[in-house]
Design a protein around this ligand. Structure first.
Ligand SMILES: *Cc1c(COP(=O)(O)O)cnc(C)c1O
Length: 332
């Protein structure tokens, strides 16, 4: 199977804003766009995106998971980047339209169709370093994906980083390209220095998130995760898992978690820790690395019954094998 996100459907949905109005959504070839080399996005990073999935059910229907939440978040990113505003109806029409167009290509579970709405500033000007792009382009790419864990789920090694941060704090809840560029060097350095898979950013000792996923600590019947503020990305997987866990009777503690408390709780034999995000849903963490010392999380991620239970519950809803009491699925 090709690497995640490297295969695309041949068409995408597209609409452009010319400074006054949005063009009618249309499906166009997905292998190129036309952009002036002076386009605002290429110089001043006026770009944001979303990641969501469509699932094939046994009855043959295609169902998009939490589209409304992703549209809201794209609108929020758009607003915080001062990109031109779009109507939720426009982007919904684009997403549903392109998914319908390629409905027969949506893989069966555990595969899915990954959907990548993208919004970029297109105004050809290098004079607007401190001003927004007057024009923009909105497009929706599709990428069929297989089983994220086809090679087996190896528990992750995470470096706890207290000095650096993933991105500027006021940009944390914007799903914007610049934030990933800013996290890249610390991640590559952690790979090289301590063979870490990811960096868990903990600015001033406050456990936050990794480069592209949220962090959940599971201590018995309790899930501890940072409470929402503007410094980090508000994951829809995080929200979905907390909702399911709450309804299973688990205790949800959305609050500040210090590195000291994390390391102390991690040493208990039953503790589990996980990353959460759309691509993999939940990925167990086996080892935390801090100040040159390695700390095993629980049993090292060999057995993660609570993570498995939560992931299965979310997958069952997404795959149409469990009821959808929250109305999270949109049948296209
Ligand atoms: C996308 C993303 C997440 C996970 O969000 P989901 O909505 O669960 O996919 C978490 N952190 C960052 C930095 C992200 O970009």
């Amino acid at each position: 199977m090709a690497a995640f996100g490297s295969v695309f459907m041949p068409e995408m949905a597209l609409s452009t804003f010319n400074g006054e109005h949005w063009s009618a959504a249309q499906n166009v070839a997905a292998d190129k766009i036309s952009l002036h080399p002076g386009a605002h996005v290429l110089h001043y990073a006026s770009t944001c995106f979303e990641g969501l999935k469509a699932f094939r059910h046994e009855d043959g229907s295609i169902n998009i998971f939490r589209m409304d939440a992703n549209i809201k978040r794209l609108a929020q990113s758009t607003r915080l980047l001062t990109l031109p505003k779009f109507s939720p109806e426009l982007i919904e029409e684009m997403i549903v339209g392109i998914v319908k167009r390629f409905a027969t290509e949506v893989p069966a579970p555990p595969g899915s169709m990954y959907i990548r709405p993208t919004h970029i500033g297109t105004e050809p000007t290098i004079g607007k370093a401190a001003a927004p792009s007057a024009t923009s382009m909105l497009y929706v790419l599709l990428s069929p994906v297989g089983d994220y864990f086809s090679g087996g789920a190896k528990p992750l090694r995470l470096l706890l980083e207290e000095d650096g941060m993933r991105c500027a704090p006021h940009m944390g809840m914007v799903k914007s390209g610049g934030n990933y560029a800013s996290a890249l060097q610390p991640i590559l350095q952690a790979k090289q220095a301590v063979n870490a898979d990811q960096v868990l950013f903990c600015p001033n000792g406050d456990v936050q998130e990794t480069g592209a996923a949220n962090f959940l600590l599971i201590d018995g019947n309790e899930i501890i995760t940072k409470d929402l503020d503007t410094s980090f990305l508000h994951g829809i997987t995080r929200d979905s898992l907390l909702t399911l866990a709450r309804n299973m009777g688990m205790q949800i503690s959305e609050r500040k978690l210090s590195v000291d408390e994390l390391l102390e709780r991690a040493s208990k034999p039953h503790t589990e820790a996980s990353l959460s995000g759309t691509a993999a849903v939940m990925t167990p963490i086996g080892t935390l690395i801090h100040n040159g010392k390695e700390y095993t999380v629980g049993n090292g991620g060999a057995k993660t019954p609570t993570i498995d239970k939560l992931r299965s519950a979310l997958n069952a809803l997404q795959w149409g094998k469990a009821p959808d009491p929250y109305g999270w699925l949109t049948r296209v």
